[in-house]
Design a protein around this ligand. Structure first.
Ligand code: SAH
Length: 221
């Protein structure tokens, strides 16, 4: 008879073999992080049975934890080496934050909803992540204090790329963000070269909750 933690580890392995690897995710470090981070602890107890299925799940306040494949895709797109300082916008459950914390030097994460900020901090603390700082704020303004960032990941859909985030990206840095309408977005990778010029690549469609803020959607639209 398997115990609970064996069962969850088995479910993570199955998620990788079934939903992540066959869809083209190759970065070994990303795969290792997804095998390690206990996604079920980032969702409500009533959702735990579904924690390793490949779809988003509600986390309260009308928000969702992103689908595992999208987490893998966005993380791989950041090309992390382990030495980077990362800014994440949209902490939500904190699951993507934990994946980033496994793969970089330091993660600064911003969430605009107080209850989610509190809950994410608690789970991340309980799992022993010491290289993560979470703050309650409008992430479309970035986090001036620790800028520039080697990588920036936005996990909510924006009408356009927020200017402050491009400004706070280090030369040689990468920003990944879903951009589009409020019902469908395209994943965009913005690369800043050493001389400060900007290149944009489109990486396919996705659906995210809205990025709400000064350089995002208005609260009630
Ligand atoms: N990465 C999260 C996904 C959460 S969904 C996870 O793995 O669980 C996107 C999150 O972005 C929501 O929690 C939402 O409240 C947050 N968000 C939306 N606009 C924001 C803003 N301007 N600043 C910070 N967080 C924002």
């Amino acid at each position: 008879m398997r115990n609970n933690s064996d069962r969850q580890a088995w479910a993570r392995e199955r998620m990788l073999e079934k939903d992540i690897k066959p869809r083209g995710i190759k970065d070994e470090k990303v795969l290792e992080a997804m095998l390690k981070v206990p996604r079920h602890l980032f969702v409500a107890e009533t959702q735990r049975m579904s924690a390793y299925e490949d779809h988003p799940l509600p986390i309260g306040e009308g928000q969702t934890i992103s689908q595992p494949f999208i987490v893998a895709l966005m993380t791989e797109a950041l090309k992390l080496t382990g030495r980077e300082t990362v800014l994440e916008i949209g902490t939500g459950s904190g699951y993507q934050t934990a994946i980033l914390a496994e793969l970089s030097a330091r993660v600064y994460s911003i969430e605009r909803i107080p209850s989610l900020t509190g809950r994410a901090r608690k789970v991340l603390d309980s799992l022993g992540y010491k290289n993560v700082l979470v703050k309650l704020s409008d992430g479309t303004l970035g986090w001036e204090e620790y800028a520039p960032y080697d990588r920036i990941l936005v996990t909510a859909g924006a009408p356009s790329v927020p200017e402050p985030l491009v400004d706070q990206l280090a030369p040689g840095g990468i920003l990944v963000i879903p951009v589009g309408s409020n019902s469908l977005q395209e994943l965009v990778r913005v690369t800043k070269s050493e001389d400060g010029s900007i290149r944009e690549e489109r990486m396919g469609s996705c659906v995210f909750v809205k990025l709400v803020g000064k350089h995002g959607w208005e609260v009630n639209c």
